[in-house]
Design a protein around this ligand. Structure first.
Ligand code: GCU
Length: 434
């Protein structure tokens, strides 16, 4: 074969590369015309071709199948040690005069006596001071430590490494300036406003469960629960960090009975961005979360993976391989062969209420793709006689839907007071709270 023939063959081969693989080094696509066309897996059609027509068939056949597909291909399979792990709960402090008298505050420690390599996590909970009966509450992970959720000086600064920290950790005898991170996430949690609205709040630092970088699992719960510890060789489909964080959310819910002012049957799991992806996976794997809220969760969260818009599967699996099952990266460039897409993840919440929040400037998270997941999940809500989103057209700014709610607000990627306004109204409506 002469060189010219080789060159021609090479060009032909490259010309056949799937769009997203060929465009891996390119700028993200923000042109709707180039988002691509695709056929989504049908929520109501089983892998063996049979169709489910009732809620019972969904629960017995299609739902378990979809859950398994997400475990195998997207978030990874939890080992038996994680499924069987029993937590130990220790109330460290109960402070009745928190948030200027608005709240009772709990600090609660959770760990695993049978896996002492995991240092455990510290849960911070606020409940309205004058609650006369157990209250509904929000439960979610924070990005920067419990001390970042509040200005209260008595919450100890988290000694763990803070992701992308702009604050220096203590090193070589130089004192920490992490104290400056106190309250840095306050605007995302607004604890006083939640108390005034009659809701409780439970949170913990996600890095306590597993630090968020490629080797983080070694000092997190995944390392502690693996028989080989740091010597573990992860097999392709074992659990990734999102699954570990979601596991942590379930363990926090296990600990809620230590707080008698909270009503465990009315718990909304909530998360922003990567922790929004985590909230969705927690909602899918743990039906005790009676409401599920995804804020700006984007790729790997509420946004459809088959759409080439904003963050893609190629980018997310290259930058954050530790979040997912090892095999997910193998679908880069052949997303259409995935047996899942994220509308099926949203459908796993049915018939529980699920809210999806997007922000107009957060194109990286593909707000339209987030809407479309909610819309396509509606087929499953229909089996329960519940209303999802009203139609396939992305509505633009505003809030709509019923059992599946979607809102788009102005502004950038964040969890804001306006987002909370929508989530509070949503929870009030579904829980019949005034
Ligand atoms: C990055 C990542 C997103 C993620 C976000 C976040 O932007 O690409 O997938 O949601 O970080 O968690 O803040």
């Amino acid at each position: 074969m002469d060189l010219r023939t080789l060159f021609t063959l090479g060009t032909l081969f490259l010309g056949c590369l799937p769009v997203s693989a060929a465009s891996s080094a390119q700028e993200p696509n923000y042109d709707e015309e180039k988002a691509g066309s695709y056929v989504l897996p049908d929520p109501l059609q089983c892998l063996n071709g049979s169709r489910v027509a009732t809620a019972k068939e969904w629960e017995q056949e299609r739902r378990p199948e979809i859950l398994r597909l997400f475990e195998e291909h997207v978030y990874g399979v939890r080992p038996q040690s994680a499924l069987q792990a029993r937590i130990r709960v220790a109330v460290l402090a109960r402070e009745p005069e928190a948030l200027q008298g608005r709240a009772t505050r709990y600090r609660i420690r959770l760990d695993l006596p049978e896996a002492p390599r995991w240092a455990g996590l510290e849960m911070l909970a606020y409940v309205p001071a004058h609650a006369t009966a157990p209250v509904p509450f929000f439960l979610g992970l924070n990005f920067e430590g419990n001390h970042a959720v509040t200005w209260e000086p008595s919450i100890p600064v988290n000694p763990g490494r803070i992701r992308d920290s702009q604050w220096r950790p203590p090193r070589n005898g130089v004192p920490s300036d992490w104290e400056k991170s106190r309250g840095s996430e306050y605007s995302r949690w607004l604890p006083e406003e939640l108390m005034d609205a009659g809701f409780g709040l439970v949170t913990a630092y996600y890095g306590d469960i597993e630090p968020d970088w490629a080797e983080g699992w070694k000092s997190g719960v995944r390392g502690a629960l693996s028989p080989e510890g740091e010597g573990t060789k992860w097999r392709g489909n074992e659990w990734g960090a999102i699954s570990a964080w979601a596991w942590g959310l379930s363990r926090m819910l296990d600990a809620v009975p230590a707080i008698p002012e909270l009503d465990p049957s009315r718990c909304a799991v909530i998360g922003h961005s990567r922790l929004g992806k985590t909230a969705l996976w927690a909602g899918a794997t743990d039906p005790r979360f009676s409401v599920v809220i995804s804020n700006d969760s984007g790729e790997g969260g509420a946004a459809l993976m088959r759409r080439n818009y904003g963050e893609t599967l190629e980018v997310i699996t290259r930058r954050f391989p530790h979040w997912f099952a090892g095999g997910l990266a193998g679908f880069v460039g052949r997303e259409r062969e995935l047996p899942t897409d994220q509308h099926l993840l949203v459908a796993l919440m049915a018939p529980r209420p699920v809210a999806i929040g997007s922000a107009e400037e957060d194109r990286w998270a593909d707000p339209r793709g987030e809407y479309l997941s909610g819309w396509h999940a509606g087929a499953v809500y229909g089996l329960y006689g519940k209303q999802g989103l009203p139609g396939p057209d992305w509505p633009g700014l505003g809030v709509l839907g019923d059992a599946v709610q979607y809102h788009l607000r102005q502004g950038p990627h964040d969890l804001t007071r306006e987002d909370w306004t929508h989530y509070l109204a949503f929870c009030r409506r579904h829980w019949g709270v005034r």
